[in-house]
Design a protein around this ligand. Structure first.
Ligand code: PLP
Length: 384
């Protein structure tokens, strides 16, 4: 089967399956392994066996790698123990001492801590840039700029980046383009078609999809595949067979889940826009969102995560709102089947985000949209 010609939805169902190697069983079983035995000395000396040691891969991780690789349309995928682990790996695979990194100011918070507190110790300097910069990012390039990191839409504030324009500048300067594509997943944003060299995913979120697995991956194009695989191997990054199994199970239903998450998010976003308590809704699928044009040009869908800026409200009223919600859980992470809500705290150094009131982040789960609206309505009533 030539997976290159298949739609992503079909890949999500078929890619990475190895039923013939497992007695016809549809799903690749959970492999728990450290030692892998060789049949004879010749096999050991040649190294020509599919699996050599648990850390370096089992059929469980290989199945997930192959499935992801087919959906992403990449050259090589490696599985990591978390999304943050995947981000750190991607950066370590391209940056060396003396290099300069351009990091988007709206990145996932822990990405910033990794750059500022760990990567900096190895002589890599990070400059943050405004997520709304397009070709104008060129002014920030230095002779030693090695990589540009994008995350679109941005964490918490949801600015859509012009990834193709940024990638064109980066490539003209010989720099690599890294993209945290967790919000859109490869189903709604084709990282490589838009100029990324490394596509990063916190599989903890939508790929896992059931709030019960921590996992990440990095998928590389041809030119970045060897360095990525080598760095992954040298760092000893490992993901358990159980977690790979769960991520693969999630991947099979990702297209149908995302469609529903997106529909519900749009319904909630439109409803919230009409509420007197709401100042602004940050969701690129809304026609009046500043990122809507770029989103329409580059994305094929919107998922379930968006931001809400409330009008100014006393803290105890805000607490009453949060504490009275029954269907929206309060907790970090997102991408599972359940709805979530959290207050957001911004960390920015290169761009301004102005909000007159508190900023919230909502994840629309798979519940009925009217039930979710009723829950929020109940919260707003308690806020008064
Ligand atoms: C959650 C998240 C991550 C980190 O994923 P973990 O699996 O929690 O480490 C990275 N990027 C984005 C955009 C995220 O939302």
């Amino acid at each position: 089967m030539d997976e290159k010609n298949l739609k992503k939805e079909t890949c999500a169902v078929h890619a990475g399956r190895m039923s013939a190697e497992h007695f016809g069983v549809v799903n690749t079983p959970v492999y728990r392994a450290s030692t892998v035995l060789y049949s004879d000395l010749a096999a050991l000396e040649s190294g020509k066996v599919p699996y050599v040691y648990g850390r370096r891969g089992t059929p469980s991780s290989r199945s997930l790698e192959e499935a992801v690789n087919a959906i992403e349309g990449g050259a090589r995928t490696v599985i990591c123990s978390s999304g943050l682990n995947a981000i750190a790996l991607a950066l370590l695979s391209v940056c060396s001492a003396g290099d300069h990194l351009l990091m988007v100011d709206s990145c996932y918070g822990p990405t910033r801590w990794f750059c500022d507190r760990t990567l900096s110790r190895f002589g890599v300097e990070t400059t943050y840039y405004d997520p709304c910069l397009r070709a104008g990012i060129e002014a920030l390039f230095r002779p030693n700029t090695k990589a540009v990191f994008c995350e679109s839409p941005g964490s918490l504030t949801f600015e859509v980046q012009d990834v193709p324009a940024i990638a064109a500048v980066a490539h003209a300067h010989g720099a690599s383009v890294l993209l945290d594509n967790t919000w859109a997943t490869p189903l709604y944003f084709d990282a490589f078609a838009h100029g990324a060299d490394l596509s990063i995913q916190a599989a903890t979120k939508y790929v896992g999809g059931h709030a019960d697995v921590m996992l990440g991956y990095v998928c590389a194009n041809e030119s970045h595949a060897a360095r990525l695989a080598q760095t992954h191997d040298h760092l000893g990054i490992y993901a358990s067979g159980d977690d790979c199994f769960l991520a693969l199970r999630g991947l099979r239903t990702l297209p149908v889940r995302l469609k529903r998450h997106g529909e519900t998010a749009l319904a909630l976003a439109r409803w919230l826009q009409q509420r007197p308590e709401v100042s602004r809704v940050l969701y690129p699928a809304l026609e009046d969102d500043p990122g809507h044009g770029l989103w329409k040009r580059d994305f094929t869908g919107a998922t379930g995560l968006f931001g809400v800026v409330l009008k100014p409200v006393p803290h105890d009223a805000l607490a009453a709102f949060f504490d009275s919600l029954k269907l929206f859980g309060m907790g970090y992470s997102w991408g599972g089947y359940e709805s979530l809500i959290v207050p957001s705290k911004l960390h920015r150094t290169a761009s301004k985000f102005s909000a007159d009131g508190p900023l919230l982040r909502i994840h629309a789960g798979l519940e009925d949209a009217d039930d979710l609206k009723a829950d929020l309505q109940h919260g707003f009533a308690a806020m008064k």
